[in-house]
Write a protein of this length. Sequence first.
Lengths: 349, 378
Amino acid sequence: MSRLLSVENLSKQFTLGSGLWGKERRLDALTEINLEVEAGETLAIVGESGCGKTTLGRCIIAAQPVTEGRVVYHPKAGQSVELTALSKREIKPWRQDIRMIFQDPMSSLNPNMRVFDIVAEPLRIHKICKRRELEERVISTLEKVGIPAEAVGRFPHAFSGGQRQRIGIARALVLDPKLVIADEAVSALDVSIQAQVLNLLEDLKAEFGLTYIFISHDLGVVNYIADRVVVMYLGHVVENAPTEMLFERPRHPYTELLLEALPIADPTRRKPRKSEVRGEIPYLGNRPTGCPFHTRCRYAQEICRSDKPALRSINGTAQQAACHFAETLDLKGAYEDAGHSAREMAHAQ
Amino acid sequence: MAVETMQLEVARTAARPVRESQFGLMWRRFKRHKLAVVSLWIVGAFYLVAILAEFLAPLDPSAYSARYTYAPPQGLHFFAQEEDGSWHVGPYVYGYKTEIDPVALRRTFVIDEEVRLPVRFFAPSEPYLLAGFIPLSVKLVGVENPRDPLYIMGADRLGRDLLSRLIHGTRISLSIGLAGVTLSLFFGIVIGGFAGYYGGWFDSAVMRVVEFIRSMPTIPLWLGLAAALPRDWSALQTYFAITLILSLIGWTELARVVRGRFLSLRTEDFVTAARLDGASDWRIVTRHMVPSFTSHIIAAATLAVPGMILAETALSFLGLGLQAPIVSWGTLLQDAQNIRTLASAPWLLAPGLCVVVVILSMNFFGDGLRDAADPHGR
């Protein structure tokens, strides 16, 4: 596998209320994020609301400028394009390669455009093909995602949520992209529709040789679709590991907490609630010193309050975590309960 | 392959029939609002009058006659019983006779029901150009004998036909409303659009300017600006200058509406999607944003027209808007300024009635449009 995209030391600050006289207040949404995306994998970014996962996705796709750091795209082996350094005009050709699927299928499709035009729009913008060819390409893409050809003249409001999300997927795929960023692509859908759309994404990935960055807060979904998981907390990457390893044995207390919250759809196997989650997510504009998680961590020590742990490989494996005690803590994974793995559950869904 | 082309065929025919478009839906909701529909007809009728002014007006609006000053309305009659009991059918007006008021010893005109002056529809007249380019030589009504008086709605101080003047005034007053709103719309969309789309300091600056303009009392501001116009400007120049002055304030409201829509649309996912497609700002604005609020703009603009008409009427009434040779509702009402004239010639208030009817209908029409344009409405 070759590297498709790398995020290097990415930081993003938002400026709040810079009044004429008031002092500018800043909010650190992302702090020194390092990530690598391999061609062909599905990388999931998880975390609770406000942890910066959507911001990260938007920075990668250059929908927002970054404050520091770089996003580098490698279209071919040995070639690299620094997306963060490009002007609006220069980045346009690369927009064909990196596409986005939005969370809310209700607001991501222009209500005044017919489905055909919505999906044809990227082709028209990039002047890829015209008339007959354009028509064929749009309709074949729509059919691949399961929208019948006779529906292309309708407006988005004539479709259900799942169908609209399919149209959004068609819009992303019509340009034949390499990397697709799916920002909570299924969280607005019913569970049964979620499964359909996830399967569709899997099929399309195989068919087009896609790479996904899958942003989600739903660990069940992530377990099902992802090859690798990045766990974010307060704008930091706290753990980055292959899905199996992460669910088997998390190396960061926050990951353990998330896995503990994973629901088990079987009352007889319900886990006794061992610990309540302590505290609230701290306000981003007023972040704790040291380890960002120490205010809520049940294993926190003195060092956690003063020193910020770096993201490092654990025992030389592919699993990386940012915790002072990553090697020593015995954290519970999702497969603890006898015989019934979360992975199976997700598949059963 | 054959199947594929067939599907494409199906797709193409499916795309063609007009499914309920944005405007189709809007029209359907609008029709439910009965008052608005009636108002639409009234407003439409007034604009028709404005367009066909030369044809509908029986006389030249500036033709005066010293013999018929303050002649009362003749009305238009169709049926009359002859002496012998038979019925006369056909349009006619009564003639005038002079009477001396025994108390004030003043000469007054009264309708002489003894004299019937026959009237013709589509009467021949001096050749003229309808709306400035269609040559015609026929009027809707005219007296059989061109020497007979025809003052269906009465005459003013100089013996000019009020009906003709009212009809020509309708053209000026209604068109100044439209022209003013068009101009304001242009400024409003451009300035408000820039402010809303780019935001930041430009947005703040524009909004402060808008608030400043809106905080000023309008009448003195208009008066000041209108008084600054050179007196020797031609009627047409004054007309455009007044339009410009009115829209100088009118754009602020529309700019706010447009800015608000842009601000709320800017963060919509479908706009972000278009941006991530690589669309240019121009394409995003014209293809993705504007179509989703044209209906709102139309409604807002319709609601702005009556304000313009009122403003013009007020200015002209005060003598600072349009000047004498131009006939507008405002200049017509100038004649109704003193109470003595009003007491002896109340028909001079007719332009005021027109203003009330048109303003009310336009407001109802605009309200109906606004409700129809709002998909979240009842």
